[in-house]
Design a protein around this ligand. Structure first.
Ligand SMILES: Cc1cc2nc3c(=O)[nH]c(=O)nc-3n(C[C@H](O)[C@H](O)[C@H](O)COP(=O)(O)OP(=O)(O)OC[C@H]3O[C@@H](n4cnc5c(N)ncnc54)[C@H](O)[C@@H]3O)c2cc1C
Length: 466
């Protein structure tokens, strides 16, 4: 399997060569399946706590092959469920605890990467979400007010009028923007490859080109076992960190729905262009349309810009050909040029990949002490920081099972989402939801009225509450 041809991959300093595959039986304390942020941060955190732990990472391709090496590079405090839903489900105190922990985790990720000598181009300049219609102004202003009602202040989230927003960045047709400082821009492949090197130096055994075919739970005093093509691993704990690829494992087809997010990147743009457009603090950016878009100014002065809109594939199928979709790439380029009409530069990279959406939109971090099986994931599009937080929670659960910590108190720890519906209901529900989001944006553009499509989508995915 080839590594993805993303901008990130092509701007790594060193070419990626695969580490040897697992070719013999192994006994370890912790076996981790998946060499993305979740798997590698977990290994890193466990080694920090006990350098003698025997840990292996089994990766079917190379570390960073999945979403961790291909994403938009928003290290944000975002969570897939809305604040209202969280307050309704878990109460105000738990919501506030989670919000504050995630906000602190943004800077924490940068500090941890730096301490390990990884230059991930981390820059915490915040996020600007632009309003490009009156409906979007109304929605974003309401969102700022609601955040303030729930305990945030102007330092956490603020509304910027058109002039104030333009001082930070010139986006065509912007009527204002919501600003939050709780986001950093990163180069994701530098982070994930750097993490794999750090783990290797600390003695974590990393096997690449090693596909796990079965995970057998431990029972009656027997340890859990991981089976690969031609070898097996016994461990006290097995951590599954396979995110969007999870449905390809036996018996896990309905655990999460793999959704595709796609990205493009421009060539490096001139100083004159950036003088006019701004983003001098590398703020990540979006607007408030229903079908999510996200962008950043990279360290080498390109745009990296992505969005949803690719269809969900029947049966939760994950195939490499789904990473590319010309219709979505064209739409992304059109949108980027609409936002920045003076951008003359060419598009040089197009790529995409699967992320994981659970049925109730809540990520989960789970350890089953009876079977020795653990897992973390289901971050939808917010896994850069959430995977770091999940790794700490996992390490807490594994190394001090009887102690409650700030991380194990998070409501998505030891949380189980119900499985997705059987097909064709799953295919119909998700693709209708995606279609409605597109329709809502078109109807807002045409008529300037807010549609109820996003509420329908929330209802379809269960995110509107219990
Ligand atoms: C295009 C795109 C843009 C995104 N943008 C953002 C963003 O800007 N901000 C944000 O917070 N989140 C974003 N996300 C989501 C974020 O990237 C993910 O949530 C996060 O990287 C998940 O990390 P992970 O380690 O759990 O999974 P992954 O990085 O997907 O890693 C899973 C690994 O498991 C391996 N694997 C799978 N099956 C097996 C098997 N059977 N045996 C062995 N190994 C296996 C895979 O090869 C893969 O390397 C984006 C995702 C995509 C696809």
């Amino acid at each position: 399997m080839q590594p993805p041809q993303s901008l990130w991959w092509s701007t790594l300093e060193n070419p990626v060569t695969a580490r040897p595959a697992l070719g013999r039986h192994l006994d370890v304390d912790v076996a981790i399946i998946g060499g993305g942020f979740t798997g590698l941060w977990t290994a890193r955190e466990l080694k920090r706590r006990d350098p003698h732990l025997r840990i292996c990472v089994l990766e079917k391709s190379v570390c960073g092959f999945g979403a961790s090496g291909r994403n938009g590079g928003w290290a944000s405090a975002l969570f897939p469920l809305s604040s209202d839903v969280l307050v309704r489900r878990y109460g105000r105190e738990t919501f506030t605890h989670q919000r504050q922990l995630l906000e602190e985790a943004v800077a924490g990720l940068g500090t941890d990467a730096k301490a390990d000598g990884i230059d991930a181009h981390f820059f915490q300049g915040g996020t600007l979400t632009f309003a490009r219609s009156e409906v979007q102004v109304e929605r974003l202003r309401a969102s700022v007010t609601s955040s303030h009602d729930l305990g945030s202040n102007d330092q956490d989230v603020a509304w910027l009028g058109a002039d104030e927003a333009a001082e930070r960045a010139n986006v065509q047709g912007a009527l204002g923007a919501m600003y939050t400082p709780h986001c950093a821009r990163i180069h994701p492949a530098r982070l994930v490859r750097g993490l794999s090197d750090v783990n290797e130096k600390l003695g974590v055994a990393i096997y690449e080109n090693t596909a796990v075919t079965r995970i057998l739970p431990g029972r009656q005093g027997r340890q859990p076992e991981v089976v690969t093509v031609g070898a097996s691993v016994h461990a006290d704990f097995v951590v599954r960190a396979t995110e969007g690829f999870t449905p390809t494992l036996p018996g896990q087809r309905r655990d999460v729905a793999p959704l595709y997010s796609l990205m493009i990147a421009s060539e490096p743009l001139s100083d004159a262009f950036w003088d006019e457009v701004g983003f001098s603090r590398y703020e990540t950016f979006a607007d408030d349309r229903h079908l999510i878009i996200y962008g950043q100014r990279t360290n080498d002065n390109r745009f990296a810009f992505g969005g949803r809109g690719a269809p969900y594939h029947f049966g939760s199928t994950v195939e490499q050909r789904f990473d590319l979709n010309n219709k979505v790439f064209e739409l992304l380029e059109t949108t980027l040029r609409e936002l920045f009409p003076s951008m003359a530069g060419a598009i040089t990279h197009q790529w995409g990949g699967p992320l994981a959406m659970p049925r109730d939109l809540s990520p989960s971090v789970v350890v089953d002490y009876h079977t020795g099986l653990a897992s973390a994931g289901g971050y939808t599009g917010d896994g850069v920081v959430l995977s770091h937080v999940a790794a700490t929670a996992l390490a807490d659960l594994l190394t001090k099972p009887d102690v409650q910590t700030a991380h194990t108190r998070l409501p998505f720890v030891q949380h189980h989402s119900k499985p997705w519906e059987v097909e064709p209901l799953r295919w119909l529900g998700i693709n209708i939801g995606l279609g409605l989001a597109k329709w809502a944006d078109t109807s807002e553009d045409r008529h300037g009225v807010e549609s109820r499509a996003s509420a329908w989508f929330e209802r379809l995915t269960g995110s509107s509450g219990d």
